[in-house]
Design a protein around this ligand. Structure first.
Ligand SMILES: Cc1ncc(COP(=O)(O)O)c(C=O)c1O
Length: 431
């Protein structure tokens, strides 16, 4: 008889202890519910199901079809949209499929500068998107830290891209989809929103709604949406013309077929049905009142955290946040992002270093750190806890070379986080 692997379960247990005892401020992470975790770890991983519900290339798919159809219907209800494909294995896969469906190699794309908070898949030269397509970028205004829509319009008129990408990994402000659509219309470009970060907040109406204005929307399912690691492709009700008129069902049908084909067989093989089941659970959870309270608390916590840093004299990009994250610029403090990330991790406060716009340091070193509240809010932390976190971070940055001080904070962090055990996280946040 085969002996069970003795090593991986031990490592999973170790990782669970790490997650439990540390303070996760990584803006792209979250803690899934027990039901999402169970579906992700389920025997659905055994099944091959190339194709779509009702149109598979394998037998034995009738239950898988029910699961995937449920995930699709729930995604559509949650975001109030006309069409969804739940198969992308990740956010990057969703983006690759979308670009394959809409663009030809060599086409021009216009995205948000990676060094200002954009994502690799929006045209970076080290990514397929920058290799296959001709990318140009818009950025933030150096004085305000906000994206300046007029400069986006100028850039779009100069470059005349086939698609304009909005969405970011490290931008704390909301997006003006109405302006962006007007710009896209003027240069006859498609408009695509990658809402990977704020999807959970958008689903609750807490940020501007991209769907009436963007031709396409992609997202990850594992950030503020609090589902399993994965991606999602969506199209709104008013696909071809949000301002009314014209034959939208015909176009919607045509585009959805192109997008489906770009996912499979275009960029993927068999879908991860265990992840798709977990997405279905996450969409269900995101339609509950408790998730609405959670998403509101995420936003409140980020706001309180940003204000507390400002009160301590720190500089935050754009001076605050509308969503779940903020970008601290530590240049004034004469401390690099790398040093900050290291000292915070020594005290079990987990963050990531991040370039700030017009950064004088390299991407490996950086001048900033990115902080997000999605994960700690799931653990149950509220406004007063944000003040304590800011106090700890401030203290650590000011005492970054003092081992005994760092150790003291680490003990406090570990004791504090034990009060919010992972095993009892059911995803509910009360008002
Ligand atoms: C805006 C944006 N798009 C796409 C992705 C890619 O997601 P994944 O890591 O699932 O490929 C990310 C992930 O950080 C992101 O922030």
């Amino acid at each position: 008889m085969m002996q069970p692997d003795p090593t991986v379960p031990l490592l999973i247990e170790k990782e669970k202890k790490r997650q439990e005892s540390t303070l996760t401020l990584i803006a792209s992470e979250n803690f899934v519910s027990a039901q999402v975790a169970a579906a992700t770890g389920s025997l659905l991983t055994n099944k091959y199901a190339e194709g779509l519900p009702g149109k598979r290339y394998y037998g034995g798919c009738h239950i898988i079809d029910e699961i995937e159809s449920l995930a699709i219907e729930r995604a559509k209800s949650l975001f109030k949209v006309a069409w969804a494909n739940v198969q992308p294995h990740s956010g990057s896969q969703a983006n690759a499929a979308l670009m394959m469906a809409v663009l030809k190699p060599g086409d021009k794309i216009l995205g948000f500068n990676l060094a200002h908070g954009g994502h690799l898949t929006h045209g970076s030269p080290v990514n397929f998107s920058g290799r296959l397509y001709q990318a140009s970028f818009y950025g933030v205004n150096p004085d305000t830290g906000y994206i300046d829509w007029e400069s986006v319009a100028k850039k779009a008129k100069k470059e005349r891209p086939a698609i304009i990408i909005c969405g970011a990994s490290a931008y704390s402000r909301d997006w003006d989809y109405i302006q962006l659509r007007a710009i896209a219309d003027e240069v006859a470009a498609f408009l695509w929103a990658d809402i990977s970060h704020p999807a959970g907040l958008i689903s609750q109406g807490l940020l501007n709604d991209p769907f009436p204005y963007c031709h396409f929307v992609t997202t990850t399912t594992h950030k503020t949406l609090r589902g399993p690691r994965g991606g999602l492709l969506l199209m709104g009700q008013d696909f071809d013309n949000p301002f009314g008129k014209t034959n939208r069902n015909g176009l919607l049908h045509k585009m959805s077929a192109l997008l489906d084909a770009a996912v499979f067989p275009g960029t993927q093989g068999g879908p991860l049905e265990h992840s798709i089941a977990a997405k279905a659970v996450a969409f269900y959870e995101a339609m509950t009142h408790s998730f609405k309270c959670y998403a509101r608390q995420v936003q409140k916590n980020a706001h309180v955290m940003a204000q507390a840093f400002l009160d301590e004299g720190y500089s935050i990009l754009s001076g605050g946040t509308d969503n779940h994250l903020l970008l601290l610029d530590l240049y004034k403090q004469n401390i690099t992002g790398k040093q900050a990330e290291t000292v915070l991790e020594q005290a079990d406060i987990i963050t990531n270093r991040n370039l700030v716009p017009f950064d004088k340091n390299t991407p490996q070193v950086t001048s900033g750190i990115r902080l997000g509240t999605a994960a700690v809010t799931t653990r149950g932390l509220k406004e007063k806890d944000m003040l304590l976190i800011v106090e700890w971070i401030d203290y650590l940055l000011k005492n970054k070379d003092k081992d005994s001080q760092i150790k003291k904070v680490k003990q406090m962090v570990n004791a504090y986080m034990c009060r919010f055990p992972l095993t009892t996280v059911d995803g509910s946040v009360t008002e």
